[in-house]
Design a protein around this ligand. Structure first.
Ligand SMILES: Nc1ncnc2c1ncn2[C@@H]1O[C@H](COP(=O)(O)OP(=O)(O)O)[C@@H](O)[C@H]1O
Ligand SMILES: [Mg+2]
Length: 396
């Protein structure tokens, strides 16, 4: 990498402070070129000037620092050497196409691209390209802003967000432990009962084969049921990033309902869900979408209970709304007070004594990660309704 003095150029000529003349004005050609060099090298962003064939004619100090080449090394080389594939292999034809058709792809605009340093390292950058034509000579000026730090910060944010999603899932699962434990306990109790029955049958004199076979089959069935619960639980506890694949939305809803089985069985709160056939599959992270639904159903249960009622109704409905697939969770609880409506999705907003207030804001982030939205609606019939909509674009 070249240092600041490698170009051997002197400092900027003094222009005289406070003079009305434009910078560089009134200078001779040689001095003006010198002034321009100084300005180029003072630029924070990398500036690269190429000719119509892509050969590098100028490479300012920031470009030298960013790409790791000295000006001597890079001048005259093709600019494609500064990019990874696929642009590397295509850049010559981009230039040819533009010069032939006059149809610009990037010229006059900017976009996110990748650059490649001398040591082969690839980094994210913002590239904007301008064109100059003087005396029949065409030049392109590329200004490059290094995005490495911004992308790192974005990635860090995304990792933190994932950790938060995960932590919220664990908290929610913790709150539902009684139900989950019950779900595993039920088949285990059944297995124990069948095993006892089997022992009795085996102890009886006479033909017992058929009866024993039946008992063994039931034991097998119940063990598989318990194993399925554990598998589902392990999936939900799983950390890590987003893992999207194709799913039937009906299955996503159906697979999360057992988490509430215990609460439903031990109260008069009903959860209604009618599967809808013929919906396209969606391309989502199943666990995260379930996390949203679990949070919404849990909030509905809390709202009904906090209202002092043991009886209530929660409805989950899936509809295709033009370009979206909308999954709504409605309840007949007290609804959201008007003055709280604008705060619902704010982190740490809670009206519950033991609430954390992160559920809805996390659900909103999950919706955003999927290119969708989560909104609250006030049903005419009262209660609350939350609608998660996922764009059809996310439908593979
Ligand atoms: N179905 C609902 N009915 C009434 N209020 C709700 C409902 N869902 C959410 N809320 C309100 O939104 C607040 C924030 O919810 P959330 O972000 O999940 O945090 P928490 O459940 O920890 O309070 C709740 O405290 C409650 O006041
Ligand atoms: Mg909540």
């Amino acid at each position: 990498m070249s240092g600041g003095d490698s170009t051997g150029r002197g400092p900027a000529p003094a222009t005289g402070c406070g003079e009305a003349a434009a910078p560089g004005e009134g200078l001779g050609n040689a001095r003006r070129a010198d002034f321009l060099d100084t300005l180029m090298d003072a630029a924070v962003d990398a500036i690269i000037i190429i000719d119509h064939r892509g050969r590098i004619e100028r490479f300012n100090l920031s470009a030298q620092r960013l790409f790791g080449y000295t000006e001597q090394e890079i001048l005259g080389r093709n600019v494609r050497d500064l990019m990874p594939e696929p642009n590397r292999g295509r850049h010559d034809s981009y230039l040819e196409n533009y010069l032939r058709t006059g149809q610009p792809a990037i010229i006059g605009k900017g976009r996110r691209e990748q650059g490649m340093r001398k040591n082969g390292e690839i980094f994210p950058m913002w590239l904007s390209v301008g064109e100059s034509r003087r005396g029949g000579k065409v030049n392109f000026v590329g200004i490059i802003h290094d995005l490495t730090h911004r992308v790192e910060a974005e990635n860090k944010m995304r990792r933190l967000e994932q950790q938060l999603f995960h932590a919220d899932r664990l908290v929610t699962l913790g709150e539902l432990t009684a139900g989950i434990a019950h779900e595993i306990n039920q088949p285990l109790t059944a297995i124990a009962a069948y095993a006892d029955a089997g022992r009795q049958i085996a102890g009886k004199p006479g033909a017992v084969g058929d009866d024993l076979m039946d008992v063994c089959a039931r034991i097998g069935e119940q063990s598989r049921r318990a194993a399925a619960v554990v598998t589902r639980l392990r999936k939900l506890v799983r950390g890590g990033g987003v893992s999207k694949s194709r799913h039937d939305i009906n299955d996503i809803v159906r697979n999360m309902l057992p988490l509430f089985e215990h609460e439903v069985n031990s109260s008069d709160i009903r959860i209604e869900f009618e599967a809808v056939d013929g919906l396209p599959e969606i391309y989502v992270d199943e666990i995260q979408i379930q996390q949203v639904l679990v949070n919404l159903v849990k909030n509905s249960m809390d709202a009904i209970r906090d209202d002092g009622r043991s009886e209530g109704r929660i409805r989950i409905v899936v509809v295709r709304r033009e370009e979206n697939l909308a999954i709504s969770v409605s309840d007949d609880g007290p609804g959201v007070p008007v003055e709280q409506e604008t705060h619902l999705f704010e982190p740490f907003f809670t009206s519950k004594p033991k609430g954390v207030g992160l559920g809805l804001s996390i659900c909103k982030s999950i919706a955003a990660v999927h290119g969708g939205r989560l909104v609250h609606e006030r049903p005419e019939s009262g209660g609350a309704r939350f609608i998660l909509s996922l764009p059809l674009a996310a439908i593979g």
